[in-house]
Design a protein around this ligand. Sequence first.
Ligand SMILES: Nc1ncnc2c1ncn2[C@@H]1O[C@H](COP(=O)(O)OP(=O)(O)OP(=O)(O)O)[C@@H](O)[C@H]1O
Ligand SMILES: [Mg+2]
Length: 251
Amino acid sequence: MAKTFVIANQKGGIGKTTTATALAGILNRSCKTLFIDADPQGNSTATYQAVIEDQATLYDVMVDAEKIPLAEAVQHMENGDIVASDPLLAKAEKMLDGDVEGLYRLKDAIDDADDYDYIVIDTAPSMNVVLYNCLIAADEVIIPVTADAYSLQGLRQLYDTIKAVQKRQNPALKIAGLLLVKYSGRSNLEKKVRDDLTGIAEEMHTRLFETRIRECVKTKEAQAKKKLLIDYAPKCNTMLDYTAFVEELLG
Ligand SMILES: Nc1ncnc2c1ncn2[C@@H]1O[C@H](COP(=O)(O)OP(=O)(O)OP(=O)(O)O)[C@@H](O)[C@H]1O
Ligand SMILES: [Mg+2]
């Protein structure tokens, strides 16, 4: 069985996709890794240069009545194996409404895909049935956070959602930790927020990862060029930090 990590935070633009693609890129160097893009925006799908026309996507796997097996939706790209997202995924809420098994679509699909060591799932900045599917299918949640005052808002709601899933649908779900991303370390506010986060992590019965991910312009460049950071700038600060993070994560 693959170990499944989901990257989640319902706040937009916080660094989920950057974290998910970095993690998958690093894991894929030594282990068989599958990326699943569960965000209808499809940012990771674009980075992998995966297609969505005439190709089964996560929508077909999760939402379509035919329930296509996960393996049929996998695209083998230069950046690695990916199940692409589709803007249609935004309709999942409506389509799965009233389906008693609607929360388990992704879990059922993943249970059938046993030839991967790791699965990394990128999620959208929203709390909806797709996110619940991801949390129910996952072994561990990684929560990227930034060191600004607003970043902490919403963590409570995410934690309540994770707790509810742990209580009912996925008791084995673990919060791997809070990961401080886009960190400059220059301002006093950042240092204060970092202290606050240590306390919040404790309340969430998890940890704030020691590793912080520093900013680097190469990150945006890699995204624009549709490259994985590990290929585009393996030695930039952001990439060095993500490498240290993965070591800490796998411990
Ligand atoms: N370490 C970094 N250094 C510089 N820029 C970064 C870094 N991490 C993320 N960014 C930039 O921040 C922006 C948002 O990052 P990203 O797309 O990963 O967030 P997201 O949480 O996935 O957003 P959304 O909620 O829209 O899916 C992007 O422009 C990205 O390039
Ligand atoms: Mg994203």
